[in-house]
Design a protein around this ligand. Structure first.
Ligand code: PAF
Length: 280
């Protein structure tokens, strides 16, 4: 496995391998089996796989969250080597941002809901870094997790609006045995909070069941939110039924249509997100 820290070396490697298709998995490190499932999917569809590890400062709207974001580079490299990744790109901040970026991306309605409304500037930072990484890696396919559904839709918009010649692949959420969606942030949970955390997935499955049985989505989501908040352990930012393309909130779901139930909540000072996508 090759490790590049400079974009120029990565670009040179890409030039030497221009006839082979590259699958790209962008990450912020602190890798877990969810990331490894993306590497495996990329390997099954491309002769070469590149993974980037870069904790992108421009997508954090909270300095403390950036400081406390887990960093485990040695463990990450061992996991990627074991998974058969071909190239790791691990730049420092100056390599990606030689100067503070001035450009502002606007994703319209897509960024005005859910994560966008709770984390101002977040998707501008994601859009900037993903654009830069796409220019450097020049992937044929790029792999993202469905856990960050809104991020996937934002990147789909970015690719369409800026004509990036890359095919995007959305991969299923990978869960722990008790249902908790795998996330780099899970390691920050205390032992007690970790035991409570699967309640988020249980909330999503309960809501899905009740909505498919005909209950009103808004009433179901507010009742479950109230119940989670009343535990005193969770502080729910949103629980909402959304259209899977626009993420607009859905009040009257139609039979046969696909929807996403999305949740974000603080637990033990750690912000967790999760979703389920289902057909009515
Ligand atoms: O999903 C992530 O880990 C990040 O948002 C990404 C796509 C690597 C951009 O920094």
């Amino acid at each position: 496995m090759k490790l590049f820290r400079h974009a120029a070396d990565l670009i040179e490697w890409r030039r030497e391998n221009r006839l082979l298709s590259v699958g790209f998995v962008p990450t912020m490190g602190a890798l877990h089996n969810g990331h490894i499932s993306l590497i495996e999917k990329a390997k099954s569809e491309n002769p070469l796989v590149v993974c980037s590890i870069f904790v992108n400062p421009t997508q954090f709207n909270n300095a403390d969250d950036l400081k406390r974001y887990p960093r485990t580079p040695e463990q990450d490299l061992a996991m990627l080597a074991a998974a058969g990744c071909d190239v790791v790109f691990m730049p420092d901040e100056a390599e990606i941002y030689p100067a503070a970026p001035q450009m502002q991306l606007n994703f319209g309605n897509l960024e005005e809901v859910m994560e966008g409304s709770h984390r101002p500037g977040h998707f501008n930072g994601v859009g900037l870094v993903v654009s830069k990484l796409f220019h450097m890696v020049q992937p044929d396919r790029a792999y993202f997790g469905q856990k960050d559904l809104q991020q996937f839709l934002i990147i789909k918009r970015l690719v369409a609006d800026l004509s990036f010649p890359v095919q995007l692949v959305c991969c299923p959420v990978v869960r722990e045995a008790d249902g908790l969606a795998m996330s780099s942030r899970n390691v920050r949970l205390s032992a007690e909070a970790r035991l409570q955390a699967p309640a988020l997935y249980r909330a999503l499955t309960e809501a899905q069941q009740r909505i498919t049985q005909g209950e009103n989505p808004q009433m179901v989501c507010s009742e479950i939110t109230r119940r989670l908040n009343e535990t005193g352990i969770f502080s729910v930012e949103y629980l909402t039924l959304a259209d899977t393309e626009t993420l607009a909130s859905v009040q009257s779901p139609q039979a046969g249509m696909e929807y996403a139930l999305c949740i974000a909540a603080f637990l033990d000072g750690v912000r967790l997100i999760d979703n389920v996508v289902f057909r009515m």
